[in-house]
Design a protein around this ligand. Structure first.
Ligand code: SAH
Length: 254
């Protein structure tokens, strides 16, 4: 995948691109991430990228021309242009999964009051928000998006398992994790995790994940119950009713 990030403040990305999974993913050629400094497309002697709003009012608006030029510069046949915006759809795992299948993403980071509406109308395929609050620029939201997408790309993290069991992937939150030592300051790791009984561990983890989802995210729990209803109905018929009837008819015969 190729990701082009258009920003007035490329320096904000320095540490982010040079550490951990994002660094490794670039090194392994799983992803190529380029920063496009919007300033180089600015106008006039001062390479201006913003101006005061038509109609008056406080704040500045990012101008059309630099953004049109920057997007054009990185555009390819399969480009998917995303604007980070509090007015967009709130990012979730399903959206990240879908974006992870794209060949290229162009991400526009807004600043000030935001961008000229004509950029949004003409160039943007999708507006994405990181939540119902406002931050001062699209750079941190863009990093959130890049990290959510890149970790899903094949080869970015060593075991596919490590994201398939994460929160949201299967509609539930994650279960609690523990590591050595087994007792720390008199606090014990649940005995089941030390038992070596894999079935019991699986069961405990699922129960914990369900409990956390039910308490912390009731709306997520409700949609999980809806989506698994059919499966549970089928299973409960198979696992509870059928064997019970089968057993009782056998004992009747005896
Ligand atoms: N006036 C705008 C906010 C502008 S904040 C409004 O009220 O909607 C400046 C820039 O920060 C935005 O253009 C956007 O790129 C980014 N931004 C702020 N909050 C964001 C959020 N929750 N999600 C994604 N991007 C956000």
């Amino acid at each position: 995948m190729k990701i082009d990030v258009i920003t007035l403040f490329p320096g904000i990305f320095n540490g982010f691109l040079e550490e951990s999974i994002i660094k490794k993913a670039q090194k392994r050629k799983v992803v190529g991430i380029s920063l496009v400094d919007l300033r180089q497309f600015g106008e006039g002697r001062h390479l201006t990228c913003d101006d005061s709003p038509y109609g008056g009012g406080a704040g500045m608006v990012m101008k059309c021309a630099p953004l049109f030029k920057a997007v054009q510069e990185v555009s390819r046949k399969n480009s998917h242009v995303i604007l980070m915006s509090p007015q967009g759809k709130i990012l979730n795992q399903a959206m990240a999964n879908k974006l992870a299948k794209k060949k290229q993403l162009t991400i526009i980071c807004g600043r000030y009051e935001g961008i000229d509406e004509r950029v949004r109308a003409r160039l943007v395929d999708e507006e994405i928000s990181i939540g119902d609050f406002v931050v001062s620029g699209g750079e941190i939201p863009a990093m959130v998006l890049v990290e959510a997408v890149v970790r899903l790309l094949p080869g970015a993290i060593s075991k596919q398992e490590s994201y398939e069991k994460d929160s949201f992937y299967n509609g539930l939150l994650d279960w609690p994790h523990y590591t050595r030592p087994a007792i720390y300051n008199k606090m014990k790791v649940p005995a089941v995790l030390l038992s070596g009984n894999h079935m019991a561990i699986e069961k405990w983890r699922r129960e914990q994940a369900e409990k956390a989802t039910k308490i912390n995210r009731p709306e997520l729990w409700a949609s999980y119950l809806r989506s698994t209803k059919a499966i549970r109905t089928r299973n409960s018929k198979r696992e509870i009713h059928l064997p019970v009837r089968a057993r009782s008819s056998k004992s009747e015969k005896q």
